[in-house]
Design a protein around this ligand. Structure first.
Ligand SMILES: [Zn+2]
Length: 150
């Protein structure tokens, strides 16, 4: 009987000491890093493919992979790498394009805000005439005469 109690105690103690080590470390593992964008994700995946390729080369040289397997696996890896490369190029273009549009919109808004209503901007070509003029300095169209309303 005493032995039984001793065993239970030992097991209890073991569980007690091991449990904190096994417990997950709070929410840190669930939270994704903020900088995981589609682009960085694609780059990360490409790195994995390249690592796999290197492993394959290595194992092939070590004679662990049959010639046929090596060829088809290599084809697969290369195709995947090419696909990921293409995808990240597209992603980069999209990002740049978006940034350009955002910048233009911001510029337009800033212009509208600082100059609205601006009688000197030509409604035809959107040229900004620096002086109150009757005719657009760029395309020659007559400008709406709003300047004396101010
Ligand atoms: Zn004009």
């Amino acid at each position: 009987m005493e032995l039984g109690i001793a065993i239970v105690l030992v097991i209890g103690l073991a569980v007690f000491t091991v449990t904190p080590l096994l417990a997950p470390e709070g929410p840190t593992e669930e939270a994704l890093p903020i900088d995981v964008t589609p682009l960085t994700d694609l780059k990360r995946r490409r790195m994995v493919v390249y690592e796999n390729l290197q492993d394959l080369e290595f194992e092939h040289k070590a004679g662990k992979v049959a010639e046929e397997d090596y060829k088809s696996l290599r084809e697969n890896h290369l195709a995947e790498a090419a696909q990921l490369m293409l995808a990240s190029q597209e992603q980069e273009e999209i990002t740049e394009h978006d940034l350009m549009i955002e910048r233009q919109v911001a510029e337009r808004r800033a212009q509208r805000k600082s100059q609205n209503p601006d009688p000197y901007v030509c409604p035809e070509c959107e040229f900004e005439n620096p002086l109150p003029v009757k005719y657009c300095g760029n395309c020659g169209k007559q400008l709406p005469q709003q300047s004396h309303k101010k």
